[in-house]
Design a protein around this ligand. Structure first.
Ligand code: ADP
Ligand code: MG
Length: 656
């Protein structure tokens, strides 16, 4: 019994001692001999196991006693043995004896102590850092976890392993959203000996998906072997979100910048191209418009003049054949006059575009714009009444002020207003309101014609005053507003258009204001039959000169004729009693009629002078102001007679 145990005792890997119930040792193995202090010279069964186990402390001795006495079935306890090593001792009954084994757990205990110390340290750290700290051993068992949930160390929990946490948290790479393999987790990399710095993971947590930044480091034992791992995880969800937003914004900003750059580039290019194209087309347009205007003007004039000449030629031919019949002669004479008047009207239409000078101060009248507006409304009534249905009605509104007066040619201003009203009515095919407004504005008076019609685009508005510009196709001549403009300018005034497409148009004319002064002469004097006068006619055109002489002689005047400036001067000098009136053409072969006027005036201050011109009268010039009247060809006999019959006119004019 004693020898036998020696065999199986020797098979035990740790120190082992067999104690008899009599208090003496019965057997011991070789490692036991090294561990337990005993005297090799004394026989084993003479040695007390109390003495042998002395080095392991009283607690072990008592445990053996209790098991030997049967009061404890078996015992297990950790004790400090010889050499300050720690042992895990087991006490079990074996037949009549008690077996004591002692495993050296010094290293194990050291690791556990170290872990515990670390845990305490991290716990302290945890108290101030918003991180999660994990401490696990080499097998992946989590020994300590400091979690967000309660900010306290969780108690050791057998089920808490790195692997389980990996399964629960399903970490992903937050950039590429790829799952992180088990062996690629920070803890496992650290257990493999690496230091892990700031690995970003997206993990599943009770509060939702979070992004953490993990740091992991291996713990090593005295021999340098990896015995555990510490993992620290920082929650950087907000940071990551911010970073992402910053990146996005940076990307957006970059994209915007790129787009802005390319847009401004293309805008610049576009503007340049457009402005070049515009410049080119503007120049071209101006040229083309001028050409077209001149062409149309010429064509129109040619057409009208031919139309006028036609009946004149026919009448002249017929006159020769029916010269004996006074009725036929009178009839043809009338036809010729009518045709000539049509021709003259054509010429004056051309003239209105050429003339830009103000109207002759002497040939004008005081005009009351309000009265004229009334007149124009009446005149255009038939035009407005052509509208049939109630819905198409054009209502007229008058906002007319008192004493809105200017000076000028009433016929011209009336014509301008008629043109404007015509345009306004054209612009309101479905009816609307036509407003005529007059007002005094400081030293000016104005009259406006407004409609609630279709309005004009900016392009149309810009070109509306151009002669022959029309959007009305065959229905328009494009001359209306051009005439309005010319008339306004000739009256030292202005014309302006305001228009909103779809809303309506207003054309505003401004003129210098005329104020009544004291001693105003009676506006017109009754025509007295002209007293016979001595008249010098200077005209190079034979027919013209001859006709003029005959007309004047028919009224009883004494007429002398001359064909040039020189002849005219000679006639003036040669005259016995001085002439009453000099009537001269402007374009003479040896100079201008105006120079003749000048010398005549200097020589005979009381001589009355009338100028006849085929060109537009040079009204407004000092020369023109200095003569009694200016007449335009073709001469109307009645007009000429009225001037000759008004010998006081010059005096009354000069008084005003
Ligand atoms: P016409 O009337 O023969 O076309 P105008 O010189 O009178 O010629 O007018 C030139 C153009 O200006 C018209 O064709 C039209 O497009 C525009 N216009 C003139 N008056 C008006 C208006 N009251 N409302 C809208 N457009 C107008
Ligand atoms: Mg018109």
């Amino acid at each position: 019994m004693i020898d036998q145990p020696a065999v199986w005792l020797e098979a035990l890997p740790m120190p082992a001692l067999l104690c008899g119930r009599d208090g003496f040792a019965r057997g011991i193995n070789r490692t036991g001999r090294d561990a337990f202090v005993w005297d090799a010279r004394a026989p084993l069964d003479r040695q007390s196991w109390r003495v042998l186990l002395f080095g392991f402390g009283q607690a072990l001795v008592e445990a053996v006693q209790q098991v030997a006495a049967g009061s404890l079935p078996q015992g297990e306890l950790e004790v400090e043995g010889p050499g300050s090593r720690r042992y895990l001792c087991r006490v079990v009954p074996v037949g009549e004896a008690v077996l004591v084994s002692a495993s050296d757990i010094t290293a194990e205990q050291a690791t556990r102590d170290a872990l515990e110390a670390l845990r305490r340290e991290y716990h302290t750290l945890w108290a101030v850092q918003p991180a999660r700290v994990l401490v696990a051993d080499a097998r992946g068992q989590v020994h300590s976890a400091l979690d967000d949930a309660d900010r306290s160390a969780s108690p050791d929990n057998e089920a808490d392993t790195l692997r389980r946490r990996w399964e629960q948290e399903a970490p992903h790479d937050p950039v590429h959203h790829q799952p992180i393999e088990w062996l690629e987790t920070p803890a496992m990399r650290a257990l493999g000996g690496q230091q892990v710095h700031g690995q970003r993971l997206e993990v599943r947590r009770p509060e939702g998906r979070r992004v953490v930044e993990a740091h992991a480091a291996p713990m090593r034992d005295a021999d340098g072997r990896v015995s555990g791992v510490v993992v620290v995880e920082w929650d950087v969800t907000e940071l990551a979100r911010l970073e992402l937003r910053v990146q996005e914004q940076a990307r957006e900003a970059a994209a915007l910048q790129a787009r802005a750059a390319s847009t401004s580039d293309s805008i610049e290019r576009l503007v340049e191209e457009r402005s070049q194209a515009l410049l080119a087309s503007q120049e071209e347009q101006v040229r083309e418009r001028r050409l077209a205007a001149v062409g149309q003007l010429a064509a129109g004039v040619m057409h009208d003049v031919n139309n006028a000449l036609n009946p004149i030629m026919a009448a002249a031919y017929l006159l020769r054949h029916h010269a004996e019949s006074p009725e036929a002669v009178r009839d043809y004479a009338d036809r010729i006059r009518k045709a000539a008047e049509i021709g003259a009207a054509t010429a004056s239409r051309v003239g209105r575009f050429i003339r830009q000078e103000p109207v002759h101060a002497g040939g004008d009248e005081v005009i009351d714009l309000s009265a004229l507006a009334d007149e124009v409304v009446d005149l255009t009534e038939p035009m407005r009444l052509r509208r049939t249905s109630e819905a198409d009605e054009v209502r007229v509104e008058r906002q007319l002020g008192a004493d809105v007066q200017t000076r000028g040619l009433p016929g011209e201003i009336r014509e301008a207003l008629l043109n404007l009203v015509q345009n306004a009515i054209d612009a309101m095919p479905n009816g609307g309101t036509l407003t005529l407004r007059t007002a005094i504005d400081g030293n000016e008076v104005c009259i406006a014609v407004r409609d609630t019609g279709v309005g004009m685009t900016e392009e149309v508005r810009e070109r509306a005053f151009d002669p022959f510009f029309s959007t009305k196709g065959a229905g328009g001549t494009g001359l209306g507003l051009a005439e309005v403009y010319g008339i306004a300018r000739r009256h030292r005034g202005s014309a302006a258009i305001t228009s909103v497409p779809g809303r309506g148009t207003e054309v505003l004319l401004r003129f210098p204001r005329w104020r009544e002064r004291s001693g105003t002469p009676t506006p017109s004097q009754p025509l007295e039959p002209a007293l016979p006068q001595r008249i010098l006619v200077v005209e190079d055109h034979d027919d013209g000169r001859d006709f003029l002489r005959r007309i004047l002689e028919a009224d009883g005047h004494a007429v002398t004729v001359a064909a040039s400036v020189r002849e005219g001067e000679a006639a003036l000098e040669a005259a016995g009693p001085p002439f009453d009136l000099l009537l001269t053409d402007v374009g003479l072969p040896d100079g201008s009629g105006w120079s003749l006027v000048k010398t005549a005036r200097a020589r005979f201050p009381d001589l009355r002078v009338g100028v006849i011109t085929g060109w537009e009268p040079q009204v407004g010039t000092s020369e023109a102001q200095a003569v009694e009247f200016v007449l335009r060809k073709p001469l109307r006999a009645a007009e000429l007679k009225s001037h000759i019959a008004a010998p006081l006119r010059r005096d009354t004019t000069s008084e005003t």
